[in-house]
Design a protein around this ligand. Structure first.
Ligand SMILES: [Fe+2]
Length: 296
């Protein structure tokens, strides 16, 4: 059974005042390292550069709270290409900031051809749930796990189209992926809610189809409807379905390490500092029914 760190928050620049007002409401900070450095392109000397101001900012956060890293640049679903330079940079970040764990998304955001090593899709695109993808992901995840000695988690993705004739349902796919690769699962409950809303399936039946002993982190967030789709927009407060799902699934996850609230800084005004505090305290009140928080 893993130690439960408690309730964390995904860093964004609107939180600076919040950190001073409610420091004890946060048990850890999740950062997206990619937004702190410049990627000068595959094969470039000194490809990844971080300004001293950013580096000292992360250090300062790390002095006050445990840090975890949520990457967006591995693009592990890109077939035929693994970005070793990106992994080397993650290893350096790990050595510098001592993240409690690392994660990325079950998707791809980069494509390539014979002439150009990397194009960005600017979108996190879904993968088919089949053995070929499991094999491809597993060899890459094993390489990551051998290089960075922390837990490595894959996050279930949100999707807006269904891929027809898949070999596995998503829950069975995640189970097979964890068995073959050794990764843990970052279960984004809001992604589950968004997919269930758009494609009309039962949220609780879905989470019950996953091997919940492999879930090590959860994300909670808010979203909104645009046109005919419910979007994973991180637009402020969690809705009732996400709270209900959190209460349902936390007691079923013996190896849970933390629950992270995500919101985009452009929605800060919809909550304010007090509203963010309420979200974290709501998450803590649910988790505390089933888990003891261990302070690192
Ligand atoms: Fe997420």
């Amino acid at each position: 059974m893993n130690q439960f760190l408690g309730v964390g928050i995904l860093y964004n620049p609107s939180l600076e005042t919040y950190f001073n007002l409610y420091p004890d409401s946060i048990n850890y900070i999740e950062i997206i390292p990619d937004i702190w450095f410049t990627d000068n392109g595959v094969g470039q000397k000194d490809r990844f550069t971080m300004s001293p101001g950013y580096a000292s900012k992360i250090h300062k956060l790390g002095e006050q709270w445990p840090l975890v890293a949520h990457h967006v640049g591995f693009s592990l679903g890109t077939a035929g290409y693994f970005d070793n330079e990106y992994l080397e940079n993650v290893m350096k970040l790990q050595e510098t900031y001592n993240f409690a764990w690392n994660s990325d998304h079950l998707s791809y955001s980069k494509v390539h051809d014979d002439e150009v090593t990397e194009y960005s899709t600017c979108l996190s695109l879904p993968l088919p749930f089949d053995d070929e993808v499991i094999d491809m992901l597993s060899s890459k995840i094993k390489q990551i796990k051998q290089t960075i000695q922390t837990p490595f988690l894959m996050e279930n993705n949100v999707y807006f189209v269904e891929i027809k004739k898949e070999q596995y349902a998503e829950g069975a796919f995640l189970k097979k992926l964890t068995e073959k690769s050794g990764c843990g699962i970052l279960l984004d409950l809001h992604n589950v809610h968004a997919n269930a809303t758009n494609f009309k399936f039962d949220r609780k039946a879905f989470v019950d189809s996953i091997d919940l002993s492999t879930v090590e982190e959860m994300h909670i967030a808010g979203g909104n409807v645009v046109g005919e789709m419910y979007l994973d927009s991180h637009s402020g407060r969690c809705n009732d379905e996400v709270w209900e799902l959190l209460d349902y699934v936390v007691p079923k996850c013996p190896n849970l390490r933390g629950v992270t609230f995500e919101f985009h800084e452009s929605y800060f005004e919809t909550m304010g500092n007090e509203g963010i505090y309420e979200q974290l305290e709501m998450a803590r009140s649910i988790c505390s029914k089933y888990k003891e928080i261990v302070c690192l």
